[in-house]
Design a protein around this ligand. Structure first.
Ligand code: TRP
Length: 338
């Protein structure tokens, strides 16, 4: 891998099936970046993070398989990027401990996920920490370890994750202050040009709202899901507002600028909802067909996916093993005979 001055890194929590929103917002740009040999990037399955939200082993395993197969099926170039499972890099949980010992509890008290859980408990008249695990509470420390383990400089994330990157910077600074300049301070990258897709009900497409269109549905199912996208009651022939339509929004995320302009004209001149949805199905089906076939093949013979992840873990550990040794030595944990 060619080392450039920027190192990109991002994690995907393995608690669900990739959907169109994940694809447009995170997967597609990452895969495009992976085609560039000068690009230094780490992409990983955050399966240790998954245990915080999901304690169903089958679901964690299945989600890991599906996410790994999705990225590979879409053509992630693993010669140029490091693609691995968090749990295959045992240096990450070890670094988590080193960071836990410099992370202020008061800082973690302010994490949104934890605060939301407490607020909800108070609202429900429960003990403030009811159902809150230490995993949820220290989530930002594990995430800081993910990032700092590879001295990533740029971390592409959604807006809701910016606070976690700020916390990682905080822990890095504290560690550097105590033990010397080991960590580079990471920055969040939030791309406002990347579409945040709406889901079936018009809210943000998200597994927590149950309004997603999974990325690799077979044709019939894809058609069915698209037909479920909420529209208004305007009849064929009545002009429709493209800018407030989920159908148009998803169209725009997949179409060329010319196709988008053409669809806007169709909306203005009153295309029927059924027709607009039919065209959206055709566009998506056409673009996803080849990758969907690859995906089905990879799921049917997971040996290839396992092998790719093993290679990825080897590459990651070529970096993390010596770096962790150095960090431990800095804290006073090293062979006793100097
Ligand atoms: N917390 C991130 C999310 O829910 C996933 C994640 C885990 C991550 N570790 C990371 C993202 C490190 C960026 C960097 O989306």
């Amino acid at each position: 891998m060619t080392q450039t001055s920027e190192t990109y890194l991002t994690g995907i929590t393995t608690t669900g099936t990739p959907h169109l929103g994940n694809y447009v917002g995170a997967i597609r740009p990452a895969i495009a970046g992976s085609q560039n040999p000068g690009h230094s990037a780490f992409y990983f399955l955050a399966d240790l993070h998954a245990l915080i939200k999901c304690q169903d082993p089958d679901m964690v395993r299945q989600s890991s398989r599906e996410i790994a197969a999705t990225w590979l099926a879409l053509g992630l170039n693993t010669d140029n990027v490091v693609f691995y499972r968090q749990s295959d890099v045992p240096e990450i949980p070890q670094l988590t401990w080193l960071l836990t010992c410099v992370a202020a509890k008061g800082l973690l008290n302010r994490a949104h996920a934890y605060k939301d859980a407490v607020q909800k408990n108070i609202g429900d008249g429960e003990d403030p920490d009811y159902g809150v695990t230490m995993g949820l509470f220290s989530y930002p420390v594990l995430m800081a370890a993910d990032i700092l383990m590879f001295n990533a400089t740029k971390v592409p994330v959604g807006r809701d994750q910016i606070q976690h990157i700020e916390m990682a910077r905080d822990m890095a600074q504290r560690f550097n202050y105590l033990y010397g300049e080991h960590f580079t301070l990471p920055e969040a990258v939030v791309d406002d040009n990347v579409a945040v897709l709406q889901g079936l009900d018009g809210r943000k497409m998200s597994k927590s709202y149950g309004n997603t269109i999974p990325l690799f549905l077979e044709e019939k199912q894809l058609k069915k899901h698209i037909n479920k996208i909420k529209t208004n009651l305007l009849e064929p022939g009545e002009p429709k507002d493209a800018d407030t339509s989920t159908v148009f929004q998803i169209w725009r995320a997949f179409a060329t600028p010319e196709q988008t302009a053409e669809m806007r004209r169709e909306f203005d001149s009153g295309i029927a909802w059924g027709e607009a949805k039919k065209r959206l199905f055709e566009l998506l089906n056409e673009q996803l067909r080849e990758a969907r076939d690859n995906y089905q093949r990879l799921l049917a013979e997971p040996g290839y996916v396992d092998e790719e992840l093993r290679k990825g873990a080897d590459k990651a550990r070529a970096f993390s093993v010596p770096f962790l040794d150095r960090l431990k030595a800095a804290t006073g944990i090293s062979p006793l005979q100097p």
